[in-house]
Write a protein that binds this ligand. Structure first.
Ligand code: AMP
Length: 283
């Protein structure tokens, strides 16, 4: 039976917990989350446990990364169930600050990431997003001072933005990417999947299927353009409004239209009803 994790909600409580965790110079891995935990998050925790002696999970729904019209207020909050999962996984510390702890009155310092954050993917549709993410993650890193931080490839552009920021600002934390965890029918797990109606949920696996299909055609010699067009059509025919379906260089996120130009990743974002889903695969 694992011990219940320590829960810290204030900066002094976090520092006390940190001093305990750090005894005998133990390494620390941080898994940042917004809660509403699913098996994708659990896979990150398990990877963290492989990398480091101590695992800290942050649970914080970050208002700075939501635009006013987005779902901050309705974002699922399932604290009790989250805590039960983290306890079952043997997590050492849960960092659960409230909004005023993270952003005290007069807060006026924000990070503006460039490079991968201006690649023309998520940033085109959510211009607030990466500034908010980079700011909160930089704060989480200075608060928790982890040796490693684990991020899902599910949010592929985000992973690249954070890795760039950690290098650029010499934050001294190694960023580790974790593979996308999927439902049995291929839908990438996401806290937002609970927004889907029955019909929408049945349509949703088309994103993964269409990407796999395009990747297969590309590997079989079809042009990127033709393969992506055909898959874009399947996605819209299933009832989605497509924000993008694109092939990008795995590392730089530059547009890519030829497998000889480097390793490639396919990324998709699409809306069905009021829900926006993203996913990506290696080509
Ligand atoms: P979130 O709570 O959605 O902000 O996600 C917290 C972390 O979990 C991020 O690094 C995500 O990329 C990661 N994550 C979310 N869904 C998945 C998934 N299906 N597979 C792997 N990682 C995921």
């Amino acid at each position: 039976m694992s011990h219940a994790p320590v829960i810290a909600r204030t900066i002094p409580a976090l520092h006390r917990a940190y001093n305990d965790l750090k005894k005998r110079n133990a390494t620390i891995a941080l898994v940042p989350t917004m809660g509403a935990l699913h098996d994708g998050h659990v896979s990150l925790v398990r990877l963290a446990q492989k990398r480091a002696k101590r695992v800290v999970v942050s649970v914080f729904v970050n208002p700075e990364q939501f635009a006013p019209h987005e779902d901050f207020a309705s974002y699922p909050r399932t604290w009790k169930a989250d805590l039960a999962k983290l306890r079952d996984e043997g997590v050492d510390l849960v960092w659960n600050p409230d909004v005023t702890t993270m952003y005290p009155d007069g807060f006026a310092t924000r990070i503006t990431p460039e490079g991968p954050a201006t690649a023309g993917l998520e940033d085109r549709f959510r211009p607030h997003f990466f500034g908010g993410v980079a700011t909160v993650v930089a704060k989480l890193f200075t608060q928790v001072r982890p040796d490693y931080a684990i991020f899902g490839e599910k949010d592929y552009q985000q992973l690249k933005v954070i890795a760039r920021m950690a290098r650029d600002l010499d934050l001294g934390v190694k960023i580790v990417g974790a593979p996308v965890v999927r439902e049995r029918d291929g839908l990438a797990m996401s806290s937002r999947n609970i927004y889907l109606s029955g019909d929408e949920r049945r349509a949703a696996p088309v994103l993964f299927r269409a990407m796999k299909d395009a990747a297969k055609r590309i590997r079989g010699g079809e042009s990127f353009d033709a393969a992506l067009h055909a898959s874009a059509r399947s996605i819209t025919q299933a009832g989605f409004n497509l924000d993008y379906l694109e092939a990008r260089h795995t590392e730089t996120l530059a547009p890519i239209s030829n497998l000889s130009a480097g390793p490639a990743r396919m990324l998709v974002a699409a809306r069905i009803g009021t829900t926006r889903l993203i996913d990506n695969i290696k080509i």
